[in-house]
Ligand binder design. Structure first.
Ligand SMILES: [Ca+2]
Ligand SMILES: [Ca+2]
Ligand SMILES: [Ca+2]
Ligand SMILES: [Ca+2]
Length: 220
């Protein structure tokens, strides 16, 4: 895995809230399933097309998820502890909506959470018949639990566990996080590291798996 590249630290005095997200870094970790299909000449065009589609979906969802934290602060993000072995696939946060009397006014609580996808339950079976087992959806909930609660699915077909990871209390894929889900946020060296894995099943191409990692620095 490539190291996370960050820009050198700079003074924070006078920065706006939006400016406090520094050094967004994106890279895609490729998996082999679709490449095998293409090299055999089996639906090479379809494999390429599906790969691009899955990668695009993954990048848009990741961009959306990280941008939600642009106007937030580490102090109003839970869980409080994110630098343990596991990180989290369920974050709540608030965004700044005003600045009064030298203090930030925080808006209602939002939540980014990984849930089982539509028609899917956690039973080791493909309940909704899309060829994927126990797949999940990344959901953004605005005003979580409040009167104006609104749910938006940012991405379907997120894997239950990250690429190369299974539930065994060990870090199988060697990224420093144990048993991380297909969407996981882990705090590393003052950065929030977002990791996401999506998959797609195609009768001709097989299973396509794509993972993406992004590091975000939020205001303290
Ligand atoms: Ca399924
Ligand atoms: Ca299931
Ligand atoms: Ca891991
Ligand atoms: Ca594991």
């Amino acid at each position: 895995m490539k190291p996370i590249r960050t820009r050198p630290a700079r003074a924070t005095a006078g920065m706006t809230i939006v400016e406090t997200v520094l050094g967004l870094t994106l890279f895609v970790i490729m998996s082999g399933a679709a490449i095998v299909a293409a090299s055999r000449g089996v639906g090479a065009f379809r494999a390429t097309s599906l790969n691009m589609s899955v990668e695009g979906r993954l990048q848009r969802a990741m961009q959306r998820a990280t941008s939600e934290l642009l106007a937030s602060s580490r102090d109003v993000i839970t869980p409080i502890v994110l630098d343990d072995d596991a990180g989290s696939s369920d974050l709540t946060f608030q965004c700044a909506i005003d600045y009064q009397a030298d203090a930030i006014v925080w808006g209602p609580v939002s939540r980014l959470v990984l849930e089982y996808d539509t028609g899917e339950i956690n039973d080791g079976l493909d309940n909704n018949g899309d060829g994927l087992i126990d797949e999940c959806a990344l959901v953004l909930i605005r005003d979580d639990g409040g009167p104006n609660e609104k749910r938006v699915v940012l991405c379907h077909n997120v894997r239950e566990f990250a690429e190369g990871e299974e539930e065994n209390n060990a870090d199988d894929n060697g990224n420093g996080v144990e048993d991380e889900r297909g969407f996981n946020v882990h705090e590393e060296g003052g950065l929030l590291v977002f990791r996401m894995t999506v998959e797609e099943q195609d009768a001709e191409v097989g299973t396509i798996v794509r993972s993406l990692q992004t590091a975000v620095r939020v205001r303290n």
